[in-house]
Design a protein around this ligand. Structure first.
Ligand code: SAH
Length: 276
């Protein structure tokens, strides 16, 4: 079988098994199997696959059909135009989170001089790294409760050459950090227990997804802690979901002078911004 034939068959198969990005999934998995870039598949579309290649690819497609995220199968994921290592210890960087990062970069670029940023619940490190990469005046302190996640974040920071400007600390929310910040970002868990989710989401760490109080508990606690850690003019950006926007807005009302909610490209409420 040739590349083009294999892609067609496997994309159809993945679609029948519930992937809503079946063609892209098939291409990413095949490029990974053949150690090619995705676009090169089209330059070599009539190259035939060996038995060994086919068998390796079938294994990956089978796991994808059962719900494993493509990013875990290929070991990396693109976010904000940058490539991140991912393992099953971290949340897969999600395009929804680009809303928060774009706002963070805009805020950081408006300010003159050194700019101190915190990233709470850093996971793969994608938020901290994208901010540091696109806003060179920033120095970033990132935390997570998961030591395994911090190990992945550390490798991503080194890979992007940002070890001098991003510092990792293990612990609860902002507790391990000293000093005040110009911007505190967080993409913390906000899914309510019992929410029905696709297999590719439930395959990700429970500690990255779920929070008590209908999903709002961790963000609430974060919004209670954050004000004391902001310098003059400091701001908070927290990713959320429409399901928790009401509860989270109440915490923001209680803790800050002002706040607003940014929507994503689909019009969904996505990021809380709060200030004094
Ligand atoms: N910021 C990353 C990861 C988000 S997943 C991204 O946007 O892709 C949420 C992360 O928060 C997980 O890595 C989880 O381990 C961490 N986390 C959960 N509760 C936490 C807490 N109380 N303090 C610090 N980190 C926490």
């Amino acid at each position: 079988m040739t590349i083009v034939e294999v892609l067609k068959l496997s994309a159809d198969y993945l679609q029948k098994h519930g992937s809503d990005s079946s063609r892209l999934d098939a291409e990413l998995l095949l490029a990974h199997t053949l150690r090619m870039r995705r676009l090169d598949l089209y330059l070599k579309f009539d190259r035939s696959l060996s038995e060994a290649e086919l068998s390796a690819y079938r294994g990956l497609v089978g796991r994808r059909a059962k719900g494993d995220p493509v990013a875990y199968l290929v070991g990396h994921k693109e976010f904000m135009g940058l490539d991140f290592e991912v393992t099953a210890a971290v949340l897969v960087p999600n395009p929804d989170t680009e809303v928060l990062v774009q706002r963070a970069v805009a805020i950081a670029r408006e300010s003159a001089g050194a700019f101190r940023v915190a990233d709470i619940g850093t996971g793969s490190g994608c938020i901290a790294i994208a901010i540091a990469h696109y806003a060179p005046s920033t120095e970033v302190w990132a935390t997570d409760v998961s030591g395994e996640a911090l190990a992945v974040a550390g490798r991503n920071i080194a890979k992007h050459g940002l070890s001098a400007r991003i510092h990792l600390e293990r612990g609860d929310l902002m507790q391990p950090l000293a000093g005040k910040f110009d911007l505190v970002c967080a993409n913390l868990p906000y899914v309510a227990a019992g929410t029905a989710l696709p297999a590719e989401v439930t395959a990700q760490p429970a500690g990255a997804l779920y929070a008590e109080s209908g999903g709002a508990a961790v963000i609430d606690r974060f919004l209670d802690e954050a004000p004391a850690r902001l310098g003059p003019g400091g701001r908070v950006l927290a990713e959320l979901d429409p399901s928790v926007v009401q509860a989270v807005s109440q915490s923001a009302e209680r803790n800050f002078a002002g706040h607003r909610v940014h929507r994503d490209i689909n019009g969904r409420e996505r990021v809380l911004e709060a200030w004094f």
